[in-house]
Design a binder for this molecule. Structure first.
Ligand code: FE2
Length: 311
């Protein structure tokens, strides 16, 4: 009898970022969507979660937008154990229809946005190494569940993510109509770059005006970083501007240091309207030649748009 995926692995052996055989096997088999083999988490993984969760509480209270704090309490996350996605979804799905869906690693651009369209959030299940709680280039479950998912309890924010997915769907339809293969690839790269930059400066690193005009954080890259959440609001080295679509889509970014430039929205209604506008600009051809630079699109990203089912 064939072994199931989980039987090949010892309970408690660990699901640590870049050190998880379960993930390596899934990827080698080409499995993007996976189960969360909860018994594989080690005590060290749970301890890493416990420390990350405990130390960021005060910073969330001080810097996070109210909607995020409400989301955290609605999800009833266990401060002491790595969350089970099934438990998170039991609280989340009735609120907005969103669900966290376990993935084995990088999700090609169109597939990522298409998941959002279906109200599924591709979620990393590994936990960062306990010896490097401060920085890692890859997402982990703390970034995805503690940083992103509380925002998904808010109806308007959830609708905004769906609009991102719909905009990507429109992009796939537009580029698939192009007959010249070279132009087609150039167009995918430009439009996807615009989408990815907009996502980065809002969903990942966005700031919002609070009720009394003070700045609050709603971007998940900031909400999951003990150091950067404070830096984003307090540091004189950060430039913060009211968001402008034409700027954001042409602004490159680097992922390996604190962000020096952040953009502010007024509300989630404002953010939703901006995604609408982004899609309109796409249809009008205004995303066809955005400035070069990060992020780069991989072959997989490009192929994901060409192979998308858009009917
Ligand atoms: Fe993220």
């Amino acid at each position: 009898m064939a072994l199931t995926q989980t039987q090949q692995f010892q309970p408690g052996m660990g699901l640590t970022t870049t050190k998880a055989p379960f993930i390596e096997v899934a990827r080698s088999r080409g499995e993007l969507y996976i189960e969360q083999p909860y018994e594989l988490y080690s005590e060290e993984n749970h301890e890493a979660w416990r420390r990350l969760y405990a130390r960021i509480q005060d910073r969330w209270q001080r810097y996070a937008t109210e909607k995020f704090l409400e989301g955290v309490s609605k999800l009833c996350l266990d401060p002491n154990r790595v969350p089970r996605l099934d438990d998170v979804n039991r609280f989340l799905a009735p609120l907005t229809g969103f669900k966290a869906k376990a993935v084995s690693g990088y999700v090609p651009a169109y597939i990522f946005f298409d998941c959002l369209r279906r109200r599924e959030f591709p979620t990393t299940i590994t936990v960062r190494d306990i010896n490097s709680l401060d920085y890692l280039p890859e997402p982990d479950i703390f970034h995805d569940i503690a940083g992103h998912v509380p925002m998904h309890t808010d109806k308007r924010f959830a609708d905004t993510l769906v609009r991102f997915g719909e905009a990507a769907h429109t992009a796939a339809r537009l580029v698939q109509e192009i007959k010249d293969p070279e132009l087609q690839v150039q167009r995918i790269i430009s439009i996807t770059r615009a989408l990815a930059r907009f996502f980065w400066f809002t969903i990942e690193f966005g700031l919002m005006r609070g009720k009394n005009g003070e700045l609050k954080v709603y971007g998940s890259g900031l909400l999951s970083s003990y150091g950067e959440i404070a830096h984003a609001i307090e540091s004189p080295d950060v430039q913060r501007y009211p968001i402008q679509l034409e700027w954001v889509i042409n602004q490159y970014f680097e992922i390996d240091h604190y962000q020096p430039l952040l953009f502010i929205v007024d509300s989630f209604d404002h953010l939703f309207d901006l995604v609408d506008q982004l899609e309109r600009w796409m249809l009008e051809g205004k995303l066809n030649n955005v400035s070069p630079g990060e992020p780069t699109m991989s072959e997989e990203d490009i192929r994901s748009f060409l192979e998308a089912v858009v009917d």
